[in-house]
Design a protein around this ligand. Structure first.
Ligand code: ADP
Ligand code: MG
Length: 322
């Protein structure tokens, strides 16, 4: 399949955080409005992702664990459209081959749910069970059968911080979904899922953060820019509080960061870094699809146009509020 060949073979499963990213993206694809993520010991021992989405049809369950059998990509247009989320049709196959995995799932139309236990890629159990609509995936003992990979994992704290980082970005870019994150039996975050960035940011970063931000809403031909951007008094000493999402995907972009910083520099004399959460939406034709989906850099075909619009809308917002 040519399309498949176009995609760089991804290292889907690198660490607990990448497992969580794949599982949560599947939950998002399944139209869930509520997703709960639970981990123990930095996700090395235990990861659970539960959603209230479509569930998996009984007949499709085993298929879901076959490599490439489920890829949502049929042609290059699809490839462009699914750029933002996982799409290689191999996440579950990969994860189940390097862990002890349990799936519990039920669709609305089925009377009962199904449970599947897979260890190291081998199906151990398949049962009918009673369960709510939606899907739960439990991943235990990641890399238990690949000691080399296990050795590369960092401490529980470090692995947890990668996980926390992934989850808050997923929560920010999906404000219509209520996320819960439980770490070692402690609730770490809970977003309301009310669909707006303010209430999501409030639950993630608190009142002071939200009070220190302006709301940005802007559109121009083929481009929309929305989000929160800080009052000049709330700037920081580094870029760590800058978030850019392009078509829902988290990216890092030096060029866009610089353009925004330039606006602040023209208003305040000191060298400070603005805090912002920006969602840029553009036609997928304007993004280079060959950049691997796990990378945080993207290439724009019309960078100048994007940067000049970012500059204009941030400048307008700050000068009218000054
Ligand atoms: P892909 O997401 O690229 O299709 P995955 O290996 O991540 O490949 O998932 C395989 C398939 O399993 C998906 O296409 C989907 O049909 C099904 N699936 C996985 N997770 C869920 C979920 N949480 N809810 C519903 N279906 C799911
Ligand atoms: Mg997937």
């Amino acid at each position: 399949d040519k399309t498949i060949n176009k995609i760089a073979a991804g290292e889907v499963v690198e660490r607990p955080a990448s497992v969580i990213k794949e599982l949560v993206e599947n939950s998002i694809d399944a139209l869930s409005s509520s997703i709960t993520i639970e981990i123990k010991d930095g996700g090395k021992k235990y990861i659970r992702v539960t959603d209230n989405g479509t569930g998996i049809n009984k007949d499709d369950i085993e298929l879901a664990f076959l490599r490439h059998s489920t890829s949502k990509i049929n042609n290059i247009d699809d490839l462009q459209n699914v750029m933002t989320l996982g799409f290689r049709g191999e996440a579950l196959a990969s994860i189940s081959s390097v862990s002890q995995l349990e799936l519990i799932t039920k669709t609305k139309s089925d009377m009962s749910g199904s449970q599947l236990v897979i260890n190291g890629g081998i199906i151990k159990e398949k049962n009918e069970v009673g369960c709510p609509d939606g899907t739960t995936l439990i991943v235990k003992n990641l890399f238990y059968n690949v000691p080399v990979r296990q050795k590369f994992l960092k401490s529980n704290n470090v692995e947890s911080s990668y996980i926390g980082d992934i989850i808050y970005k997923l929560a920010l870019s999906n404000p219509q979904i209520s996320f819960k994150y439980i770490k070692d039996n402690k609730m770490i975050l809970k977003t309301p899922g009310k669909g707006n960035l303010i209430s999501t940011s409030y639950s993630l970063f608190g009142k002071e953060f939200v009070d220190s931000m302006f709301e940005l809403k802007y559109s121009s031909k083929g481009l929309s820019i929305e989000g929160l951007i800080c009052k000049p008094s709330f700037t920081r000493g580094n870029r760590g509080y800058q978030h850019i999402f392009v078509n829902g995907r988290y990216i890092k972009d030096e060029g866009i960061s610089r353009v925004i910083e330039k606006v602040y520099k023209s208003l305040i004399p000191i060298n400070r870094y603005p805090v912002f959460i920006l969602f840029i939406k553009l036609s997928s034709n304007d993004l280079d699809v060959n950049v691997h989906p796990t990378k945080t850099e993207v290439r724009f075909s019309n960078r100048d146009y994007i940067e000049s619009n970012v500059f204009t809308c941030v400048k307008n917002l700050l000068t009218t509020n000054n």
